[in-house]
Each structure stands twice: as C-alpha cells, then as structure tokens.
Design a protein around this ligand. Structure first.
Ligand code: 4AD
Ligand code: MG
Length: 462
C-alpha cells in the first residue's frame, strides 16, 4: 500500500525523495506543449505543491478531468523546484482521479470571491486559501486554550448544553421540545413543560458558568469550553445564535485575579498564534487587515488599561464625540463606546470594571457601595467586548435578594444557592467569546466568517 505524505510535510522535506505519494484537490492547472503544471492543496497547510506531469503519463482523455476542484492522487519524485517561492515540486509518474469536478458548475473557479458569496457555499469555502487558513487557526487556538489551562492546573469540565435554568437571566434562550409540532399549539402555557420530555421546560444553555461554579467550588480551578446559544434577535456582525465560549472559573479568586487571568490568557493566545500560525496569519495581514500585526503586537506586549465604569463614562462624555446611545450613569456601554475607548482613546485593550448592578447579571458580587457589582469586560479594538466576567456573589442572603430583585424563580436556582449554603468561598470567572477571539486574530469583521456553519438571526442554512 502506498503511504500518503501530507503536503505540509512534503514541502518541508530536508532532501529530495525518489518516491512520494500525495492526495489533494487541484487548485489550478496550466498547460504547456506536451506537459501541464498543477497546483495541488490537501488542506494540511496554506501552500500548494506544484506538480509537473508529462502528458504521456496520462491515460487517454483524462487531462480535462484534472481541473480546478478535482481530487487527485499523484505519485512521483520530489525534486528541487526551479520556480520562485517553493523549494520542492513533484515530477509526476502517475496521476489518478479520485473525484472530478464539472468545470461548468464548480463554484470556486475565480482567484478571489467575496465573503458574501462564500457564505452561500459554506460547505466549499474551506477549500479556499482564506478559509483554509481560518479553520486551521481556529483549530490551533482551541488546542492552545486547552493547553493554557492544563498547564496551570485547571480541570476541563464538560458542562451540559440542555438546561433548565437561564444563566444570564436575560431570557434570550432557545426552547427545546420533544413535543410533536401538532401537539405544541394545543397545550397551554405552563402545561407545555409538564407534558414535554423532561416534565419541565428545557432550553439550550447560554453559558456553562453556573455548572462550572459547582465544579470550581470543589475542584478549585476549572474551565468549560463549548457551544452556547442565544436567541438574540440582533443582527450584527458580532452576534451569532450559536457560538463557542471559553469559561474559566476559579475558587478563592477575586475580581483582580479574574482580570489578571483574562489578560494573561488573551495575551498568551495572541502570542501563540503569532508564533505557531505564521503562514496562515500572514494571509490575513496581507489581504484582510493591513494593521493586523501591529494590533496583535500591542495586545501581546502592552498591559491592558483598567478603569472603573464611571471613569469610562467620563472619558466618553468629555470626548466631544456624538454617540448614538446615551452615556448617562446606568446605561450599558454599547459597541460604539467600547470601540471609542480602545481604538481611539487608549489605542489598546481596556478592561472596564465595577458596573452598575442594574445592567449586570444577578450572580455578580455586590460591591460595598451597594450600587455597583464586581464585573469586568475586556474590550479590544475592532470588536469591543471580547470577554465578560465577574467575581461571583458568595453571600447567600445577598444572592437571594439579587435573584428576587430580578424577578427570577428562587426554586430554579436552589442547587446554585446550595453552593453558598455549604462551604461558600469567594470565586470568580469569565467568558471569552471564541469567535470574537478569531475575529481579533484574523482581522475578519464578520462573525459569520470565523465559524464553520454560522447560525444567525433568520439564517440556518445547513
Ligand atoms: O458577557 P457574556 O454574556 O458572559 C457570560 O455569558 C458569562 N456567563 C461568562 C462567565 O462569566 N463565565 O458573554 C461572554 C462573551 C462575550 O464577551 C462575547 O465575547 C461572547 O461571549 N458572546 C458572544 N459571541 C458571539 N455571539 C453572541 N451572541 C455572543 N454573546 C456573547
Ligand atoms: Mg457581556
């Protein structure tokens, strides 16, 4: 049996090889008299390998099938390439066709396609340079997240996706039901849950935090990293209905330590990608955002600015800038405010903390002023909020009154209150939006272009 060499490995060979066998998809073909050049890519890296095939090795009439998009096998010799920009090429002895691609209809013929067009063929877009690079980087980053936490003694907890509680208390949840569509409409209000699969209402989780808290309050430092779901009807380039979140949770930590870990994690991941994904990253720096490398170096090297919400408001108010949304005390910061702070005022990442309790979730720890909570948001250029976190309310009575203030069902959170009844400890955590991280490191401006098959308001194509 012939063993396939990945193109990434072929291109980094130390010496010529008499015998090499590759498989991949044809990116381009150029014909000359008596022979053809093919650029072949197998997804293992950004670069293609050039294959030179004498027409005499091809079976009758097969050349037309070795065209853009076709899957082929190539057996031959790896030899030094006289061409520019590549060390090796393959002198083919045998070419086989695994799957042809009808040139009349194969949609990836042009050199460059718009992101909007590629979204309509999300199943084929990873075959382009840009999306191949994107999804290789996404994979590398996911591994880097796990390695970061493992190296620091955090345990990886797989928290459930089906849930009976609304972590953010914001009511933007997808309902899950096993009731046949026909029955659904006939059952009224509260009874719908009772006759459903779980005997109560069920939802897709908006965050793994509450479950992670239970494990932090037993294993110390933990994290969860998985998909989360939000039925926000905001159709923005930064919101997806299904997105991935990295959520560490640390017992015995306060807001300061929470901010320290958030900053260190973000800096670590940015440095990691600069070190380990150079070729793919360079594509984004050349074709997507000319300032990408400077921006990433700033994130990787400069300490983030930290300032209380109230000071952030003062900066916004004295900016002389007309914002669409108000900047009164008690108003949540909007993307325009967040971006002003880190893109124009500070020109670097900013952590805003101590937000008014009215605009934040019930579980955030009430500060001594009785008005603000120990919450923090990390804001980065081009995106705005990339991380949201807090120290958690560990005092039973305070937590109960916060739940009551927000009109949440105490019974539903009884298990969560237990964590405060038995051996309660100060603890803190945060959520890093994984897609927003990818937007940060690639310069890509639309969340639909950093996730394999995007789910957004009114869009569920696959
Ligand atoms: O600020 P959020 O809502 O925080 C939480 O969910 C906390 N429970 C996290 C925690 O403390 N464990 O969301 C955290 C991050 C945001 O900063 C943002 O990066 C991302 O998740 N995010 C979204 N990303 C894409 N699409 C959406 N609809 C998002 N909503 C939040
Ligand atoms: Mg948030």
């Amino acid at each position: 049996m012939k063993i396939r060499t990945r193109i990434a490995d072929a291109l980094t060979c130390e010496s010529p090889q008499d015998q090499i066998f590759i498989k991949g998809w044809v990116r381009t073909r150029r014909d000359a008299k008596g022979f053809s050049f093919f650029e072949v890519n197998d997804g293992s890296c950004l670069k293609n390998i050039q294959v030179i095939a004498d027409h005499s090795i091809l079976e009758e009439d097969t050349l037309k099938d070795i065209a853009t998009g076709a899957a082929i096998t190539v057996e031959g010799a790896l030899v030094p390439s006289p061409g520019k920009g590549q060390k090796w090429e393959i002198q083919a002895r045998d070419i086989g066709i695994l799957g042809s691609a009808d040139q009349a209809v194969y949609p990836l013929q042009k050199k460059r396609h718009s992101d909007e067009f590629l979204r309509t063929i999300a199943h084929l877009r990873p075959r382009t340079n840009k999306y191949g690079a994107m999804f290789r980087m996404r994979s590398q980053l996911a591994h880097a997240v796990h390695a970061y936490f493992r190296d620091r003694g955090f345990y990886y907890i797989q928290t459930p996706l089906l849930t009976g509680s609304d972590c953010e208390g914001a009511g933007e949840m997808f309902r899950v039901t096993a009731l046949p569509a026909g029955e659904w409409g006939h059952i009224a209000g509260a009874d719908q849950g009772k006759s459903d699969f779980f005997g109560k209402e069920a939802y897709l989780t908006v965050s793994g935090q509450l479950a992670a808290e239970a494990f932090a309050c037993s294993l110390g430092s933990v994290y969860t990293f998985g998909p989360t779901f939000r039925a926000e009807s905001s159709d923005t380039p930064r919101h997806a209905a299904e997105f991935w979140m990295v959520e560490p949770e640390m017992a015995f930590a306060d807001l300061q330590e929470d901010m320290d870990v958030a900053e260190d994690l973000l800096r670590h991941l940015v440095s990691y990608i600069m070190m380990h994904c150079q070729d793919d990253l360079e594509l984004f720096a050349r074709f997507v955002d000319k300032n990408l490398m400077t921006d990433l170096e700033t994130v990787a090297s400069q300490p983030f600015i930290r300032l209380p919400y109230i000071e952030a408001l003062e900066i916004l108010r004295s900016s002389g800038r007309k914002f669409e949304y108000p900047t009164e005390y008690g108003c949540d910061l909007q993307t325009e405010h967040e971006r002003y702070l880190c893109e124009e005022h500070f020109k670097q990442p900013v952590i805003v903390f101590d937000y008014p309790k009215e605009i934040k979730a019930f579980y955030m720890r009430l500060n001594d002023d009785g008005k603000t909570v120990a919450a923090m948001d990390v804001l980065v250029p081009r995106i705005g909020e990339i991380i949201g976190g807090s120290q958690r309310e560990e005092r039973l009575d305070v937590l109960q009154s916060r739940l009551a203030d927000q009109g949440l069902d105490m019974e539903c959170y009884d298990w969560y209150l237990d964590l405060r009844r038995f051996g309660s400890v100060p603890h803190a955590g945060f959520g890093l939006g994984f897609e927003r991280l990818l937007m940060l490191v690639t310069g890509v401006r639309n969340i639909r272009d950093v996730i394999a098959f995007p789910r957004t308001y009114k869009h569920l194509e696959y």
